[in-house]
Design a protein around this ligand. Structure first.
Ligand code: FES
Length: 499
């Protein structure tokens, strides 16, 4: 039986995105086995996997350093020593079984070869020829295994290396997969992968993140106050926020699959930082309490109320993978009391956020390439969508087009360039500020082959957007493949009349 790899693991070993691997599987009609691919088929699809370099580690390191929208990667790269030791022990079992099988096979081969040679002197000419042929083949095969490189074995050893750093987890019943890396708990890792696992406090108090381990081993990485009953423990339940995976695991867990599955939340937060990212545009960093992170989906908004009661609805500009450290884009406008108060406020001012709201969401299960168009302050919700799309790694390719007058080399421009440089399937391009919707649609259609087969996500001022969407439909993009976030000049969402 050939070795099977989950699609996420296979994509990492081949150094491609999961979306790209899925596209290859569809194009070449490669057989998969309940979401897994045979090593032989992976090698046939990607014969040029470079075994000299280690794209697994290089890719992980480069993405983590430059692009992934994860705030705490740098100090979370390696697992705790105890977890590493537990994984070593797991691997030792695998090696022991593999070596035992190999020893048995070698012994069997030697015995078969010896037995065959005893009949070489048989009177039966045909039998003698068959036996000679068979023993020759066996000898050749043995020599080959001792002298030639076995690509399957190389994949095995690379996979083994990967398993020390990142084990995989599969959720039942959704079938979603994610990697558990570094010092992450199961919950951290699922959120980083863009999944919406149920949870509450994220700190072991509420029990909302209870999952059942169906296969594999987990290990507690922090003490928790919530008490699991003896029966729950016996049945394999654990808290996802307080346990990590030692080996590949399958867990039974509940997830929010649509925005309505998320609870409405009210959280008092602290403004941690405000920085100008271009002329008049500011990136505001807001932090929730440690025990109350915001659960939301990429592209959604929250209502924000300041200490003096001023209130505004704003798109969250960061990824749901970090519900504690939230970012918002805020334009400082003359006569805009909300922006003035927030931007001039003291360090550590508090504000209340309520939400999440809105349905400008990523089609998460879609594997078609996705095109994101951010016009002006529409960059906020698009940034969140792009970060989420990178995290879930499902789309075969991602294109980001940005239309605004921010100077090149600004903080957000550099972030988009970092995605472009670090991710093979990501392309970033800026269009001239003031470009007309029809011209923008034409330029995008020229830059993206077969735009009609892509998912289109557009955010920007309502009038510009309406014209652009009309043009996109004329270019044969099905209307159901287009999602738009229509905002006014202050970044407030516009509702189309009759919508
Ligand atoms: S999220 Fe509250 S105990 Fe895990």
């Amino acid at each position: 039986m050939s070795q099977l790899l989950s699609l996420s693991r296979a994509a990492r070993l081949a150094g491609v995105s999961r979306g790209e691997l899925q596209a290859t599987i569809r194009e070449r009609d490669i057989q998969t086995f309940e979401g897994e691919i045979a090593v032989e088929d992976l090698l046939k699809a990607y014969p040029a996997i470079d075994m000299e370099h280690d794209p697994v580690l290089e890719r992980l390191a480069s993405i983590k350093a430059a692009a992934k929208p994860k705030s705490r990667y740098s100090d979370h790269w390696l697992p705790e020593p105890e977890v590493l030791m537990a994984r070593l022990e797991e691997f030792q079992h695998v090696l022991t079984r593999t070596k035992a099988t190999l020893n048995n096979m070698e012994q069997l081969l030697a015995e078969v070869t010896a037995s065959l040679e005893t009949v070489v002197d048989s009177d039966d000419q045909r039998l003698r020829e068959t036996v000679l042929h068979l023993s020759g083949r066996l000898r050749q095969s043995l020599q080959k295994s001792q002298t030639q490189t076995d690509r399957r074995a190389e994949i095995f050893s690379r996979d083994a290396m990967l398993r020390f750093i990142a084990v995989s987890a599969r959720i039942q019943p959704s079938g979603h997969e994610f990697f558990v890396e570094g010092k992450d708990s199961l919950l951290d890792a699922a959120l980083r992968a863009g999944l919406h696992l149920d949870y509450g406090c994220a700190s072991g108090n509420c029990g909302a993140c209870k999952v059942r381990v169906l296969k594999g081993k987990v290990r507690k990485i922090r003490a928790h106050d919530f008490v699991l009953s003896a029966l729950e423990k016996e049945q394999g339940y654990c808290l996802a926020c307080s346990n990590t995976a030692v080996s590949d695991v399958v867990i039974e867990a509940t997830e929010a699959l649509t925005a309505v599955d998320l609870p409405q939340q009210e959280i008092r937060c602290v403004v941690r930082n405000k920085e100008a990212v271009s002329d008049g545009l500011n990136l505001v960093h807001v932090q929730t309490p440690r025990t109350q992170t915001l659960r939301f989906m990429a592209g959604q908004r929250v209502a924000m109320t300041l200490e003096d009661g001023k209130r505004r609805e704003l798109a969250v500009a960061s990824c749901p993978c970090d519900g504690r450290n939230l970012q918002f884009l805020l334009r400082s406008g003359i006569g805009d009391g909300f922006a003035q108060t927030l931007l001039a406020g003291r360090h550590g001012q508090t504000l209340l956020i309520e939400g999440p709201r809105g349905d400008f969401l990523l089609e998460e299960e879609a594997t078609e390439p996705a095109v994101f168009v951010a016009v002006g302050d529409g960059l906020a919700s698009i940034k969140s969508l792009v970060e989420h799309a990178i995290a879930i790694d499902n789309a075969a390719a991602l294109y980001l087009f940005r239309i605004d007058d921010a100077p090149a080399g600004g903080q957000l421009d550099n972030l988009c360039r970092a995605w472009n440089d670090a991710l093979d399937n990501f392309s970033y391009r800026r269009l001239a500020p003031g470009v007309e919707p029809a011209e923008a649609a034409r330029l995008i259609a020229d830059a993206v082959m077969d735009l009609a087969s892509h998912r289109l996500y557009v955010a920007g001022t309502a009038t510009w957007l309406d014209d652009f969407v009309e043009q996109a439909v004329r270019l044969c993009v099905p209307a159901e493949n287009i999602r738009s976030d229509r905002i006014d000049a202050a970044g407030v969402r516009c509702i189309r009349a009759g919508a």
